[in-house]
Design a protein around this ligand. Structure first.
Ligand code: DX5
Ligand code: ZN
Length: 223
């Protein structure tokens, strides 16, 4: 998870052809598939649940990839087991969505996954200090748009925030950025210290997701 990688988000995929679209980006080299789970409470839209993780697990794992599950749901601690059982490899929860962050991250690890914590644009960069000190964090996710929708514009202040987060995080903790990442923003966020770059609409909104993936990976200097 500390390699520099582009993580295509299926949020912008054609759901009628989800399996083949994921196969396309895996064939192009993607190894982190980002799954955006929304509950209609933490964020207004409702997307999908563990059933989609289960539907993709064999395909992704068979190609040597991992399923990176981003839970935009309230009280995520109640759902950890189900996503782990379905085949999630990393589970990320929002610090704004639970009063029990340390417990939740420990529960994610106990369920056999790596544990991520996400912060919204309005949440201070140093909000993860306590869970870093507790050593229960594998991944920090900096939202570079307000969560809930694909295709939004990258918030420029995210660059400085990413640098501050990277500086404060131990070397072993991955730094992921999510929202508004495309050919122009991929290089700057990588330079600011992000190593996992989520891209939804820039990959799956394109006519050729595999080619779009390859171009963004090149722009970011990703493997
Ligand atoms: C938004 C999601 C993102 C979304 C990004 O709340 O967390 O993962 O797919 O979409 P783009 O890359 O289009 O900004
Ligand atoms: Zn996401």
């Amino acid at each position: 998870m500390r390699e520099r990688r582009i993580a295509p988000s299926i949020l912008s995929a054609d759901f009628a052809r989800l399996g083949s679209q994921v196969e396309d980006v895996l064939a192009a080299g993607a190894r982190v598939i980002h799954v955006d789970v929304m509950d209609g409470h933490f964020v207004p839209p409702i997307t999908f649940g563990a059933i989609i993780v289960g539907a993709l697990a064999d395909r992704v794992h068979g190609a040597g990839g991992m399923l990176d599950v981003h839970l935009m749901i309230e009280r995520p601690e109640r759902q950890v087991e189900e996503f782990a059982r379905a085949g999630a490899d990393n589970v990320t929860v929002h610090v704004e969505a639970t009063p029990h962050l340390t417990y939740t991250l420990a529960a994610i690890r106990e369920a056999g996954c790596t544990a991520g914590a996400a912060i919204c644009p309005g949440t201070p960069a140093d909000s993860l200090a306590e869970v870093v000190a507790e050593d229960v964090l594998d991944l920090a996710l900096c939202m570079s748009v307000n969560p809930g929708w694909g295709g939004q514009t990258f918030i420029p202040a995210s660059l400085g925030k990413l640098s501050r987060m990277r500086e404060a995080l131990p070397g072993a903790v991955a730094l992921e950025v999510d929202g508004g990442i495309h050919g122009e923003t991929a290089g700057p966020v990588a330079d600011a210290g992000a190593n996992l770059l989520v891209t939804g609409s820039a990959v799956f909104g394109s006519d050729d997701p595999a080619a779009a993936y390859t171009a963004i990976a090149a722009a970011a200097g990703a493997v």
